[in-house]
Ligand binder design. Sequence first.
Ligand SMILES: Cc1cc2nc3c(=O)[nH]c(=O)nc-3n(C[C@H](O)[C@H](O)[C@H](O)COP(=O)(O)O)c2cc1C
Length: 413
Amino acid sequence: MISQTLTLPNGRTLKNRIVKSAMSEALADDHNNPSQGQIDLFRRWSAGGAAMLITGNTPVDRWHLEHAGNFVLDPLSDLDQVARLTEAAKCGGAIVLAQLAHAGRQTPQAVNPMPTSISTEEMDLAGYGTPQQATNADLEAVVEKFSRSAQLAQEAGFDGVQIHGAHGYLLSSALSPRINTRHDQWGGPLENRARLLLSVVRAVRMAVNPEFIVVVKLNSSDFQKGGFSHEESVLVAQMLEAEGVDFIEISGGTFETPTAYQHASQKESTKAREGYFLEYAKAIKAAISIPLMVTGGFRSAEVMNGALERAETDLIGMGRPFIIDPEFPTKLLSGALEMAPAVERGFPPASELPRGAVLNWFCEQLSLLGRMGDTNLELSVEDGHERYLAFIQAATGALLSARTETGLQRPGS
Ligand SMILES: Cc1cc2nc3c(=O)[nH]c(=O)nc-3n(C[C@H](O)[C@H](O)[C@H](O)COP(=O)(O)O)c2cc1C
């Protein structure tokens, strides 16, 4: 099953069912353009056999990055350099999407101390600035920026874009009644909370060619009291289908409730923990007729094939295995491997580790893979975590210096 092709509603065909889901590479240069290491990494992933590669967070606005090292798609971008990235990413026959994002209140404080958000609701975590409630004009500008970035993505050779509507970033926070406390046309009933995401999808669809792929990453739930619920997720999926998206990727959680990257400790039944959003995807799958991609925890070919055979999903999204072995899809597809790498299973349970340690360990490995060409799997979870925190600080310092050198000023500051 994982070897079968899939044709999307817009006529583009994926050569198999394995997709590299978005992983923030944080490998851009100080001006937020792709680095050579990032380009080389995408070349390697493309040759590795996946049908589709989705870039990590690619902000539409350089004042709302998720990480100082994001590569940005805006009028200041070096499109020739971005085109080198898309060319490399397509060399092995993969279809390549840019994940367009606006970090909203999840923008690191050092990047922007006063990020635009859907409301003034502050993060429950340290390191984030004071959210400024967007005006009507701000939200219209956000829609415009997504559509502008999609056009730039098309110009630079991407096959499509994924609009990031998950994980607590701006579009996701707008869906959440907990964060979106507005009483105007952008808040209140679901129809209003979904307006920003749907307006972005509509504007992007209108700005690009019909064969350009437009997809959305959506939370199956925020897994947060008073947040975007599973029942609402099913309804939004139907709204997205009506807007003509080519497929929906299902994930879950926010920075405050990081359920997207779970790891099964050895004590638990690992098979049961594979594809941990499948259970939630069922109701979504039943409600729509466009393809669905589920991401989170898939590792064994058996579980992937089972989910495809039972039509619980159409595409298998994976992240972490691509860091450990960029060439694993070819091996899994040929049967040479029965399982994608699952090194996280050897880690202690999350409850015994510092917050974010496992994710930061993977981020550090991804960074090493891009900058040095190889990972260092000998690194302990704690050391990887610490090194990545230091790397974030260094990258942020370099970004701020570059901004000062070029005289780049935050609008309104
Ligand atoms: C290092 C790392 C960076 C990630 N960055 C992003 C990102 O930029 N955008 C996104 O939507 N998800 C991001 N994710 C989540 C992955 O897309 C995926 O949903 C998650 O890792 C679960 O899949 P897996 O179990 O196959 O790793 C990231 C995950 C990891 C491990």
